[in-house]
Design a protein around this ligand. Structure first.
Ligand code: CTP
Length: 400
């Protein structure tokens, strides 16, 4: 959630500023780019060198550095930041923020901020409960600034009460939760199938296909990044999915049918990208088949079309997306599948481009929806194709 986010951290004069070092460490570890502005008082509590080393950026304490002649533009800093975090926020800085006083670089950057400002107060309990502080906090909230509440506990004064700055770990999970709320698919459940299925012939042999699962895994990852709660039903592949994705490993079409049926009921979005075997051996030989004669015939029986089954059970508000792999009459066949399987849209894979398809990292697709709108895409990496597919999903969910 914090990867590649530009975070401008404001550090005020407070004993809690020692926690800023750990906070910066956690932000950087989470992949954020961190720039730090300290007030003059903050530098009495912790050295700029410590915070510069941890943030991997020079720490700014004033508009102007007389030694280097460098001028720091508060406007540029405000524009650079995806979010401003003031932690610890002292009673003094909170009061200045509330009344628009601009007597240092941090306050100028705050007034220039375009994006959300989060502030984590730190002060003694009586200062925290003072009506002036509470009024200032309410004012900041009315400006759209977001309070990260102080905790209850032992304070530097020796008193016990409310006023301790939230712990750095809690600040990180607060920010992560806030950023997640803003994602377009937060609160939505997604179900994705991926990979091949293996249909057993005997204990050592199977009928399978060349699907790598890369397309389905990329879709699952992208849906998760967009905030969805993702369940991935995967046929046999060597791929790994991120820890936030619930993975159900299956082998055969029958197992995939059970897992998909079990999880479809509460799925808002279902993407069936698995290359499910259309036929399976009539019976599975209990022992390894010996090579007795010159030829061997294996009787096959049709597997259940999982996508078509889900299409029959689909309720209003559920999105169902299928794939089609065609070698002739591509669009006509794909459109027929939209109707036959009750899909919201279909992703038509082309086999006409030699770099696209099953095993590799690239794909070339056409998206066709129920209204027969068609979007033709260039040859792209499967990660980029997943992004195109998910953009269509987000657009349809917003329309719903
Ligand atoms: N599919 C499925 N269950 C099956 C076969 C296919 O859920 N037993 C799904 C695939 O995951 C894909 C879509 O159906 O989303 C289309 O698969 P495809 O093989 O292109 O088409 P079929 O409907 O199987 O028809 P045909 O093979 O005759 O083209």
């Amino acid at each position: 959630m914090l990867t590649n986010k530009n975070i401008l951290l404001g550090v005020c004069g407070s004993i809690a500023s020692y926690k800023s070092a750990h906070l910066i460490r956690l932000l950087v570890k989470a992949g954020a780019n961190v720039k730090v502005i300290m007030t003059a008082d903050a530098t009495q509590f912790i050295t700029p060198l410590t915070l510069a080393t941890l943030s991997k950026n020079p720490v700014l304490t004033a508009y102007y550095n007389p030694e280097s002649g460098e001028w720091h533009s508060h406007v540029e800093l405000g524009l650079w930041a995806d979010l401003i975090l003031i932690a610890p926020a002292s009673a003094n800085t909170i009061a200045k923020m509330a009344s628009g006083i601009c007597d240092n670089l941090l306050l100028a950057a705050y007034l220039s901020a375009k994006n959300t400002v989060y502030f984590a107060p730190a002060m003694d309990l009586d200062m925290w409960h003072h009506p002036a502080t509470q009024q200032n906090i309410a004012k900041l909230q009315s400006y759209g600034n977001i309070l990260i509440k102080p905790a209850y506990g032992e304070l530097a004064s020796g008193l016990t009460g409310e006023g301790r700055m939230a712990e750095p770990e809690d600040i990180i999970s607060f920010l992560t939760g806030e950023l997640k709320k803003k994602l377009p698919l937060t609160g939505k459940k997604a179900l994705v199938t991926a990979g091949p299925t293996y249909e057993a012939i005997d204990p050592v042999r199977f009928i399978g296909n060349h699907s790598s699962g890369k397309m389905g895994y990329a879709i699952a990852e992208r849906l998760e990044q967009l905030g969805a709660d993702v369940t991935l039903i995967s046929g046999p592949t060597s791929l790994r999915s991120s820890a936030n994705i619930k993975k159900i490993a299956v082998t055969s079409a029958d197992e995939m049918l059970i897992a998909a049926t079990d999880n479809f009921g509460d799925a808002d979005i279902t993407v069936m990208s698995a290359a499910v075997a259309d036929y399976k051996p009539d019976t599975v030989a209990p022992q390894k088949i010996k090579k007795d004669s010159g030829s061997l015939n294996i009787a096959l029986t049709k597997t259940t079309d999982i996508l078509a089954q889900l299409g029959k059970r689909k309720k209003p508000g559920q999105l169902l997306i299928g794939f089609a792999l065609e070698t002739e009459h591509e669009e006509a066949n794909a459109i027929a599948k939209i109707k036959k399987k009750n899909l919201d849209f279909i992703v038509l894979n082309s086999l006409n481009d030699k770099n696209a398809g099953f095993k590799g990292d690239y794909n070339k697709v056409t998206i066709i929806d129920r209204q027969l709108n068609k979007e033709y895409f260039e040859l792209k990496s499967k990660v980029e194709v997943a992004d195109d597919i998910c953009k269509k999903i987000v657009a349809l969910m917003a329309h719903d």
